[in-house]
Structures are given as structure tokens and as C-alpha cells.
Write a protein that binds this ligand. Structure first.
Ligand code: GDP
Ligand code: IMO
Ligand code: MG
Length: 422
């Protein structure tokens, strides 16, 4: 197996954690390489449901897991997640966290929320987990990294200086209550003491697993259309979500990557604001939301829903160098008379090559759809492609032909056993 990457190729919530859990059975180390606690990853085993935010989903399979340097971590959230897993009987001793990880501090979360509430018209609809402000501070070189915490004097000096500026903005621009320095430091060190034994150098860990010919699985968070550079900017998250970032966010040598699995659901959803060409705000959207239980795993917000957008997926396949696809939630489409798929975008009558890049273009998108016949049979217990209804097979074949990539894994329900290889 070597190194596999599994990531979302739509707007997030594709069912990544379910597929990562499935792939974990043959992995030795599962790694997160970007994002933070904005992610909400659901794994269901038997009648037990787990929702993970920062810890790689491989932990449920009792695999070693690494939070890579590209992640921004809120230590409170991390500690709570570790406690949550421990209480559910999961072994948390093999959680590694890279020492370069940037911290999400209380002022990041507060500023994320304040900015969202103040700028109602241009709000992104973030998860308010402090992700944007933390990555901004990383780029501005005023971020605090995990390893810094071993030197409290150094961190206190830095945070004191940074907090002066943050509090000025919180108080004077947002008219909100400033943060107390001592409280912030005490809380930070309370959580640091709990997690510090898990801190490692990811380069050493990755090299050791590679040298021992162990299998490494990289777990994406969010999805390609939320990528800071290639997504629907500015309505994106603040990290790079595409496969190329694994080499930065987890120090994975490029040449060691064998497989890049794109995880996509059989329709489209999006949480938060921003362009969503195939969105259906009426009957179909409602059907998908109810049947697919499309509510955010992190914030509980209802997800916006619509038909599968293959134009966007094809762009994601190209950007990630996808070698195969895991298709999820086709069971949700059961019962629809007709199923539509967007296959092209036109702007001013011209077909678009990659993906529109600005509000000016997003507004002008005209969709071209094809329509396929649906199916009524319950497919949630099916275990092979040949046993699927003919129309489901046609739906899957259409996607493969359009994308020119094989669909190797099919998911027909949220449970571990509702997954099969095509
Ligand atoms: P992630 O962020 O990509 O890991 O996805 P989420 O966990 O946020 O959302 C996916 C939801 O769909 C979860 O509630 C999963 O349990 C559920 N799910 C995953 N695969 C399937 C599937 O094939 N069919 C159905 N009906 N539900 C699925
Ligand atoms: P998983 O890993 C879906 C969205 C937010 C918002 C935008 C920016 O579960 O697929 P942020 O808090 O990152 O600054 O918000 O990105 N978003 C997600 N949408 N799934 C996610 O993660 C998301 N993480 C962030 O809703 O539109
Ligand atoms: Mg999710």
C-alpha cells in the first residue's frame, strides 16, 4: 500500500471519515495534514457513533495517528476530544502531534466570531473555530507553535505583545470584552500539560514508518472546493485542502505517494455561504437534506443541498491527481424518479475550462445538466456492483466515463459494513 491520500473533492462532508475508517484496516499510521477543529468527521461502528474534529479517524480502528504540522490546533478542543474517545473505550496512547503545529488561541476564536457577526453581508459562514485568524497569524509570523510552549517565559513575552494588539481590536473595533492575559496563560498551560507527552517531530515519525515499509494514510479535511487557492474564494477555508499539501502539512516525500483517493458523495452539499451552482432550495434539496441527514457534524447547521456537480468534481480530480474514487451516499438517491447531473458550466455562452474564479464569474454561471433514470430498490444492504439495480450501475458508469477515473469503493450507508469494493 505505501502512502495513500484520501480526501474530499467537493465542498466537504463527503463521508471522508467513513472511508478513512474503512481504509484504516490496512493502514499503520493515519495522518491529518491541514485544517483544524472546523472539521466534523463521523465514524459509525455498530451502534456507536464517533464525531472527530482534530484527531485522525484511524484512531477508531486503533491505529497510530499523527496530527501533522499543517494543522492548527486548539488544545482545549484536542484535550476534550481525547477525553471523549477515552470515555468511549478508545486507546489514545498512540496520538502523535507534530511540534510545529500552530495553536488556535482564545483570541482567534473570538475574532473569528466577531468578524462573522459584524460583516453580515460579506460573512463566510465559518465554523467560528478560529481557523482563519490562526492561519493568518501563522502567515504574519506571530503564531505560537506547540514546541514554543516548552519555554514559558518566551511564550509569555510573545503572547503579552500579541494580546495587546488583539485586545485593542476586540475592545475598540468590536466593542467587546478584552481577554485577560493571566487567565489565557493558565488555561493554555493546563491543556499543554495534558497533551505534551504526545509531541513529536513528524519527520522522524514519517521516516520511521516509511523505512519500516509501513502503510501511511493521509486524511483530508474540508474539500477541494474549499481550498484557499483553488476553491470558491473568498468562500473557502484558510488552508490548502488538496493532495499537494500533504508534502507540506505532514512532510510526506512526494515520490512516496502511491494512491490519491477522491471521496465524493452522489450529490452535492455545502455548509456556509458562497457559490453553489447546483443548489436546490426546493423539493429536491429538502429531499436530500432529510434523507441524507445533512446537518453539520461540527455546528449542527443544515447543509445546503443540490444535484451532483461533475464539472466541479472534474476540476478537483485534475487538481489532486486523483487515481480512484470512493463514492458515498448513493443510497440517499433511492426513490427519485429522475437524477440530474451538472456536466458543464457556461459563462456568456462559452464553456468554462477549469473553474470560475470570482464573484463576477460565479454570478454568470449557466448550468448544463444531463438526466438519468432513478431506481426504487433498497440498495443499503448490497455488497457488490453486479447486485446493484441497473440504473444505479448506469449512474456509476456515467460518472466514471465522464471523469475518466475508476470508482473503486462504493458506500451505501453510514455503517462500516455498508461499503464494498467495485
Ligand atoms: P466528512 O466530514 O467528510 O467525514 O463527513 P461527515 O461526517 O461530516 O458527514 C457525512 C455523513 O454521512 C455522516 O453522518 C456519515 O455517517 C454519513 N455517511 C457516510 N457515508 C454514507 C453513505 O454511504 N450513506 C449514508 N446514508 N450516509 C453516509
Ligand atoms: P469536514 O472536514 C464542510 C466551511 C465553513 C465555511 C468555510 C470557512 O467535516 O468536511 P472555517 O471555519 O474553515 O473558516 O469556515 O468552510 N467548512 C466546512 N464545510 N465541511 C468541513 O469540514 C468544513 N470546514 C469548514 O462552513 O463555509
Ligand atoms: Mg464533516
Amino acid at each position: 500500500m505505501g502512502v495513500k491520500v484520501a480526501l474530499g473533492i467537493q465542498w466537504g462532508d463527503e463521508g471522508k471519515a467513513k472511508i478513512v475508517d474503512y481504509l484504516s484496516s490496512e493502514s499503520d499510521l493515519v495522518v491529518r495534514f491541514q485544517g483544524g477543529a472546523n472539521a466534523g468527521h463521523t465514524v459509525i461502528v455498530g451502534d456507536e457513533k464517533f464525531i472527530l474534529h482534530l484527531i485522525p479517524s484511524g484512531i477508531i480502528y486503533n491505529k497510530d495517528v499523527l496530527i501533522g504540522s499543517g494543522v492548527v490546533a486548539d488544545l482545549k478542543s484536542l484535550t476534550e476530544e481525547m477525553e471523549y474517545l477515552k470515555n468511549k473505550g478508545i486507546d489514545i496512547s498512540k496520538i502523535y502531534i507534530d511540534k510545529r503545529v500552530h495553536l488556535v488561541l482564545p483570541y482567534h476564536k473570538i475574532l473569528d466570531g466577531l468578524k462573522e457577526s459584524k460583516n453580515k453581508n460579506s460573512s463566510i459562514g465559518t465554523t467560528k473555530r478560529g481557523i482563519g485568524p490562526a492561519y493568518s497569524d501563522k502567515a504574519s509570523r506571530v503564531g505560537i507553535r506547540l514546541y514554543d510552549l516548552f519555554d514559558r517565559t518566551y511564550v509569555e513575552e510573545k503572547v503579552k505583545e500579541i494580546l495587546e494588539e488583539k485586545n485593542f481590536i476586540i475592545k475598540n473595533f468590536y466593542n467587546f470584552q478584552p481577554l485577560d492575559f493571566n487567565e489565557l496563560m493558565d488555561e493554555l498551560y493546563y491543556y499543554f500539560d495534558i497533551i505534551k507527552e504526545h509531541i513529536v517531530d513528524e519527520i522522524e515519525i514519517i521516516d520511521r514508518y516509511l523505512y519500516d515499509n509501513k502503510n501511511i494514510l493521509l486524511e483530508g479535511a474540508q474539500g477541494t472546493m474549499l481550498d484557499i487557492d483553488f476553491g470558491t474564494y473568498p468562500f473557502v477555508t484558510s488552508s490548502n485542502t488538496i493532495s499537494g499539501y500533504t508534502t507540506i502539512g505532514a512532510a510526506i516525500p512526494l515520490k512516496s505517494i502511491n494512491e490519491i483517493i477522491g471521496i465524493m458523495k452522489a450529490y452535492t452539499t455545502r455548509v456556509g455561504n458562497g457559490p453553489f451552482p447546483t443548489e436546490d432550495t426546493e423539493e429536491i434539496g429538502e429531499f436530500l437534506r432529510n434523507k441524507g441527514n445533512e446537518y453539520g457534524a461540527t455546528t449542527g447547521r443544515p447543509r445546503r443541498c443540490g444535484w451532483l456537480d461533475l464539472k466541479a468534481v472534474k476540476y478537483a480530480v485534475r487538481l489532486n491527481n486523483i487515481t480512484s474514487i470512493a463514492l458515498t451516499k448513493i443510497d440517499v438517491l433511492t426513490g427519485l424518479d429522475k437524477i440530474k447531473i451538472a456536466v458543464d458550466y457556461k459563462i456568456d455562452g462559452e464553456s468554462v475550462y477549469s473553474y470560475p474564479v470570482s464573484e463576477l464569474e460565479y454570478r454568470k454561471i449557466e448550468l448544463e445538466y444531463i438526466e438519468l433514470d432513478g431506481w426504487n430498490e433498497d440498495i443499503s444492504y448490497i455488497k457488490s456492483f453486479d447486485d446493484l439495480p441497473k440504473n444505479t450501475q448506469k449512474f456509476i458508469k456515467f460518472i466514471e466515463d465522464y471523469l475518466n477515473v475508476p470508482i473503486n469503493i462504493i458506500s451505501v450507508g453510514p455503517l462500516r459494513r455498508q461499503t464494498f469494493i467495485k
